[in-house]
Design a protein around this ligand. Sequence first.
Ligand SMILES: Cc1ncc(COP(=O)(O)O)c(C=O)c1O
Length: 384
Amino acid sequence: MNTDPLSWLDERAAERVDAGLHRDLRPRAALSASIDLASNDYLGLSRHPEVVAGAADSLRRWGTGSTGSRLVTGTTAEHAELEVELAEFVGARSGLVFASGYAANLGAVTALSGRGSLVVSDAGSHASLVDACRLSRARVEIAPHRDVEAVDRILAARTEERALVLTDSVFSADGDLAPLAELHRVTRANGALLLVDEAHGIGVRGTGGRGLVHEVGLAGEPDLIITATLSKAFAAQGGAVLGDERVRAHLIDTARTFIFDTGLAPAAVGAARAALRVLRAHPDMAGRVLARAAEIARIADVGQPDSAVVSVVLGAAAVADAAARECRARGLEVGCFRPPSVPEGTSRLRLTARADLTPAELDTIADVLGDVLAKARGVDAVPA
Ligand SMILES: Cc1ncc(COP(=O)(O)O)c(C=O)c1O
């Protein structure tokens, strides 16, 4: 008998190394000269003086932790204010804040589905929605990516009375958009609810960054639920579910990730509120993110993006990994997506734009990416 119950982990680790799937944790420097094309700090607010002050004020007032679950001691007046402000911003009727966007998705999907119901999810939905499906105890159908007709067919053929359709508004790996208007038309026609994860939409799409749901005119529809994260454009931490008051009441009573999780820390609440104030005061920020993303896509010689995410597919995991390492060595922080985050053979650099990228930074990006991508694609370097 094997006396080391962890030996199988060594075998798995060796397999991952062979497949180019080993991952390193790389603590970042507090102050770095590198150009950040990897984070989700789309509006560049994580060090904004007003956002830092917002976090510090809430921290001083309420303490370091929220001290308990939301239903016990974990709700402060600021949690309630943030919920109203977020809902108002995206045009929803109410909001409920969770400890993370992941928890918001798990909580909303499980509370709104359950045994005897149907959940239909886009094949490109974020991992948190995938896990929510697994936890839902509902019958789950995965619809091909952005395929509204398939969703319609699945909904129309169901025997369950209740159905919930899940999609990202902006898909996290490729940055492409869900066909929200058409999707809402078929969910409504089939008496289903539509849940839209706006993690990468809010702050980037829509007037003043109000998100893609707002942009396509669906804000406030009672049969549409938005989930959001506070960790990207809002430069904080936490998540939210935004929708009808009856949905909010139902989640407070039944969403397990709301009930059994410690409330969001006050500093994160204060930071998110301040970020929202900055975004409201500078509604042009969202457009600036998209303009910077368009410039990065031009440099990388890929199609024009619909969001802050510029996906540069390179194929094999090892090729993408080598390209990412070279970018980092030359002062560009980039994301590298490999399986299981993306399908086999589509490993990529994932570059994210920020509203505050400067022209000088874009010049450096052009120099470095021009060389690295030419090598990765097996062609001679051409000036970008
Ligand atoms: C589409 C999407 N949904 C949900 C989440 C989870 O949000 P959080 O990081 O706040 O848990 C993320 C990313 O982190 C995401 O990209």
